[in-house]
Design a protein around this ligand. Sequence first.
Ligand SMILES: NC(=O)c1ccc[n+]([C@@H]2O[C@H](COP(=O)([O-])OP(=O)(O)OC[C@H]3O[C@@H](n4cnc5c(N)ncnc54)[C@H](OP(=O)(O)O)[C@@H]3O)[C@@H](O)[C@H]2O)c1
Length: 141
Amino acid sequence: MVREKERYLLHPAIIVHYDITPSKQASLPRYLYHQATFRPTPVHSVNLAGQTAIVTGANSGIGFEVSRQFLDLGLTRLILAVRDEAKGAAAVQKLALKPDGIKRESAATVEVWKLDSFDYGSVLSFAKRAKRRWRDSTSLC
Ligand SMILES: NC(=O)c1ccc[n+]([C@@H]2O[C@H](COP(=O)([O-])OP(=O)(O)OC[C@H]3O[C@@H](n4cnc5c(N)ncnc54)[C@H](OP(=O)(O)O)[C@@H]3O)[C@@H](O)[C@H]2O)c1
């Protein structure tokens, strides 16, 4: 089956087009080519003011980068859901600075909440805490 020109909607302002077949996309040459050449389109046209986001695995890797980009887009409240709160606190320090080391101009509130997704009790506690706290629009990444 060929999935050509499918559109993946990540956000009303962000549409990603995949115009190659899955088998070609998953091939090793394609993977290597993509790693070397892909440059994501910077997103500027989204304003997340007034929004709250919970980002899991936020102290490193993709979660950290998503957190950074959310703050760049004006997010009002960011919850870093991490299993190690010391690492979470370190991530908060890093997020306070832009990549060039200059302090970020952001009025966002950034909080660290404990979440170990291997521990069902921790997941339940996290969910209860979030439920108590908000009933407004929240993104989960
Ligand atoms: N679909 C794709 O194309 C694609 C591409 C790349 C990555 N991914 C996936 O995206 C995820 C993140 O990738 P990454 O490269 O950012 O990985 P990473 O740098 O290893 O980050 C993983 C994050 O998850 C946290 N984490 C791990 N186990 C956890 C647990 N039990 N409870 C709570 N947090 C936990 C880690 O916290 P600690 O620092 O405490 O370990 C870390 O913050 C992975 O699942 C990866 O497989 C998908």
